[in-house]
Write a protein that binds this ligand. Structure first.
Ligand code: ZN
Ligand code: ZN
Length: 360
């Protein structure tokens, strides 16, 4: 995978400890896409499904959920490649997208002839969730057993802007305007627990499965009185004592807020868009944001419904992003990526000499 052209170092210690590691799929001139790998699991999320051929099959096999911002080709043409890699090998993948997404996936699937696929040993189920601009969702599944015929599922409604939630993280999404509705995403680690190794030693305790149990209880918000059996061994032999979560967590754990990441691509520079992103991404730790044109080509950018690097930096500043990584550069700047990065940096850090007005 490409090294992302970050304008700010984001490999701080805090990030190294977090649940997941996000990386752009391609370099900044390639198709947009963010691969979010989970550190301790063979598991990953993908944001956008353009050209993903750079990802080896073992990385694609890890994908549990794919979140598509919109279905312009550079964000969706990789569907076929993903399907080809996982077909016959993987049991399922969940795809999220905006208006018409179920029909668009169905059309993709119907473009092929499936006369033998129902006999494949490993059944592949593609579970498709379509988010409407009104927050209502449609859902359908497509199974290789039934030659990818559409099976409609019960519709759903979003709770706030949460698209997907698990014990340790959630993915939120909101629509921005790209002349068409386009989903911007927030990937949020819920909380992070650290073991106070010194305190553990001071209490005469040692690590063990009880600690994992305690961490899990804290992360899932278990009641304070939930019992945990603490087991440890020292020179006098084995010991076991039962203590409530509420007592142990303060003795041995530090709970710190989880890391939050933003993935924003393909949008116009308008005040409603900036407000939407502020609601979705306030004080985000790391913001991946499209920076397609230089400010000198701003009119062209507006016609194409894209941001300039300056506008991307302004948005990063408005939402309070702690670090920003620009991408989706126009090929016209093949030799000038440093200028795009510098423009984002200047606007984000507030040192920009450009005295442009605000958004439309
Ligand atoms: Zn687009
Ligand atoms: Zn695009």
């Amino acid at each position: 995978m490409a090294v992302s052209p970050g304008v700010c170092p984001h490999r701080t210690n805090r990030f190294m400890r977090s649940l997941f590691e996000p990386r752009l799929v391609n370099d900044a001139f390639g198709d947009p896409g963010l691969y979010v790998d989970f550190r301790d699991e063979r598991r990953a999320l993908l944001f956008d499904l353009g050209d993903i051929t750079v990802l080896p099959p073992r990385r694609l096999m890890r994908l549990s959920h794919v979140f598509v911002s919109h279905t312009h080709m550079d964000h969706f043409c990789g569907f076929d490649h993903l399907l080809r890699v996982v077909l016959g090998r993987k049991a399922g993948v969940v795809l999220f997208g905006g208006p018409d997404f179920v029909a668009q996936v169905e059309h993709k699937l119907r473009a092929y002839t499936w006369n033998v696929v129902h006999r494949y040993e490993v059944e592949l189920v593609i579970d498709v969730r379509e988010i409407g601009v009104d927050g209502r969702g449609q859902r359908a599944r497509f199974s290789s057993r039934t030659r990818f015929g559409r099976e409609s599922c019960a519709p759903f409604e979003l709770l706030d802007d949460v698209l997907h939630e698990e014990t340790t993280f959630r993915v939120r999404g909101r629509f921005v305007d790209h002349d068409i509705p386009c989903l911007a995403y927030a990937i949020e680690e819920k909380a992070h627990v650290k073991v106070g190794k010194d305190r553990l030693a001071a209490l005469g305790l040692s690590t063990g499965s009880w600690l994992r149990e305690l961490k899990q209880a804290v992360l899932t918000g278990a009641p304070g009185e939930t019992p945990i059996q603490v087991q440890w061994r020292d020179r006098h032999g084995e010991h076991a004592v039962t203590r409530p979560v509420g007592e142990l967590r303060h003795l041995v754990l530090d709970v710190v807020p989880g890391r939050r990441i933003g993935y924003v691509t393909d949008l116009r520079y308008t005040e409603p868009n900036v407000r939407t992103l502020s609601q979705l991404l306030a004080d985000v730790d790391l913001l991946f944001i499209e920076s397609v044109f230089l400010d000198e080509d701003g009119e062209h950018g507006a016609r194409k419904n894209h941001l300039t690097a300056h506008q991307a930096g302004q948005i990063a500043r408005r939402v309070g992003a702690k670090a920003v990584v620009p991408f989706h550069f126009s090929p016209r700047y093949e030799e000038r990526s440093a200028a795009l990065i510098a423009e984002v940096q200047a606007a984000w850090s507030g040192t920009s000499a450009l005295l442009r007005g605000g958004p439309e």
